[in-house]
Design a protein around this ligand. Structure first.
Ligand code: SF4
Ligand code: SF4
Length: 254
């Protein structure tokens, strides 16, 4: 094969490949000029809804890398009803995640019982210094704006139990049933020393008055007839009464 025969076909094939590539959709994104189109459930970074967090520490305990740091304190809330008890509530002081240790396993998001942690597809949080990858609750909270809404249910899928329960009308009380709740008298407030105040004395109950039947007085002069007791009947009882005479041997028996 001559040199000329080899160059021309190769040149044509090369030009054809270039022309084909020019008309095809490119897969390379010119980042950062063009942002990549990521799937909505990408594990970019963990976002925090601070209002939902109860400082239960479940996420920090379950994190295999121990890279979640939580500080909290207890606060006493006043009772909501007169005479009710004051309640205690955990107040979040610090919530931080060290993303230089995080391995994006998602366990913290799975175990959170109050939906306080979410995946965000945001990934542009690179830092020059690795120590700056420890992000506090303000930064974690700001990422909530990038969390996509939950995906729609598949067509034909069952309605979630929470939605069904919320839409259920309340059952009417059956006729003749006792009232659901009785109004309870308010409890006396506790004294300053924490002790229970002395109860007020109960009112004394008066004994019920009953009318007893009145027996008429007995007249002493009145003669009451006394009936003699009847003699006991037996096999040897004579007609005139009294015990029967004992017979000696040879007497009677004609
Ligand atoms: S994703 Fe995994 S490693 Fe990262 S903070 Fe959550 S539990 Fe820890
Ligand atoms: S598991 Fe959820 S509610 Fe509990 S401390 Fe972690 S983020 Fe807060």
């Amino acid at each position: 094969m001559s040199e000329r025969d080899g160059i021309l076909p190769g040149l044509v094939r090369g030009l054809a490949t270039t022309a084909r590539s020019l008309t095809r959709h490119t897969h390379t994104a010119e980042y950062p000029d063009v942002s990549p189109a990521l799937p909505p459930r990408s594990r970019g970074v963990i976002a925090l809804t601070e209002e939902n967090c109860t400082s239960c520490m479940l996420c920090a305990r379950e994190c295999p890398d121990w890279c979640i740091y939580i500080d909290s304190h207890k606060e006493e809330l006043p009772p909501t009803t007169p005479g009710g008890r004051a309640r205690q509530r955990n107040m979040l002081d610090r919530f931080a995640i060290d993303f230089s240790l995080c391995m994006y396993c998602g366990i913290c998001i799975e175990v959170c019982p109050f939906d306080a942690l979410h995946w965000s597809p945001e990934f542009e949080y690179a830092e020059v210094d690795i120590r700056d990858l420890l992000h506090e609750r303000d930064r974690l909270g700001a990422w909530m704006a990038t969390v996509p809404p939950p995906p729609a249910l598949d067509p034909g899928s069952a309605v979630p139990a929470e939605v069904t329960a919320a839409a259920k009308p309340k059952r009417p009380a059956p006729a003749g049933a006792a009232p659901a709740a009785r109004a309870r008298p308010a409890r006396p407030a506790r004294t300053e020393g924490g002790g229970t105040p002395a109860r007020p004395p109960r009112p004394r109950r008066e004994a019920p008055t009953r009318e007893l039947p009145v027996t008429p007085p007995v007249d002493a002069t009145q003669v009451i007839p006394v009936t003699p007791p009847a003699p006991e009947a037996g096999p040897g009882t004579p007609d005139a009464g009294g015990p029967a005479p004992r017979l000696q041997p040879g007497e009677g028996g004609e």
